[in-house]
Design a protein around this ligand. Structure first.
Ligand SMILES: Cc1cc2nc3c(=O)[nH]c(=O)nc-3n(C[C@H](O)[C@H](O)[C@H](O)COP(=O)(O)OP(=O)(O)OC[C@H]3O[C@@H](n4cnc5c(N)ncnc54)[C@H](O)[C@@H]3O)c2cc1C
Length: 169
């Protein structure tokens, strides 16, 4: 849930960059102390701020159950996202969040069968939800994911879906 802290921009450092598709990269970010910047609810976003360039609203694609860092899967489409795609590991950026309500994973969704439908980079916010449910598997019924994109090469995080998600009960 959005709170007072979400108005404070923190300085984060990019510790890993993974090319997912021709125009999507996943950035792993920690605070300058090496710890996770803040806690969030699956589906919440953060404002990634690049002083002198601009700011972009980006979903926190990692689950809150990932304790070490946060991940952002970002599609290159304009000013800020292109700047981020040209950034290297070690680059510092400002991050403000969490923003938005997220999904009620500890409320209305608990105990239910879940159907997740997403396309292309739209997987980013629900990726966090699926991984959260995987880590707390006993709290949910059947979990199904329908995911598409305009081409096979544009499926974001396909490897994880095939090697981790599809092997879960
Ligand atoms: C709640 C939320 C969550 C989001 N989560 C994600 C996420 O997880 N990952 C992700 O990749 N994206 C996400 N987005 C989208 C992301 O915020 C935008 O893609 C990003 O802010 C674009 O910023 P930019 O500066 O790179 O692009 P901009 O420079 O703002 O350009 C964006 C697009 O608009 C076009 N454009 C810009 N100005 C004009 C103009 N004057 N006329 C015509 N066209 C123009 C550009 O050519 C480009 O195609 C999310 C958005 C929201 C609202």
């Amino acid at each position: 849930m959005e709170n007072k802290e979400s108005f404070i921009p923190y300085v984060g450092k990019i510790i890993d960059i993974k090319q997912e598709t021709p125009d999507v990269k996943t950035f792993s970010v920690v605070g300058l102390d090496g710890k996770k910047l803040f806690e969030h609810i699956p589906g919440q976003c953060a404002m990634l701020i690049v002083p002198g360039v601009g700011e972009s609203m980006i979903s926190i694609t990692s689950s809150p159950t990932l304790e070490t860092h946060m991940e952002f899967s970002i599609k290159k489409c304009g000013c800020v996202t292109e700047w981020l795609h040209n950034a290297e590991v070690g680059q510092e950026i400002c991050v403000r969040g969490p923003i938005g309500n997220g999904f009620p994973v500890e409320g209305a969704l608990k105990g239910k069968d879940i159907l997740v439908i997403a396309g292309g980079i739209g997987i980013a916010p629900v990726h966090s939800v699926v991984n959260y449910m995987m880590d707390k598997r006993e709290n949910y019924g059947r979990i199904q994911v329908i995911y598409g994109s305009r081409s096979m090469a544009d499926l974001v995080r396909l490897e994880e879906m095939q090697n981790v998600w599809m092997k879960q009960p």
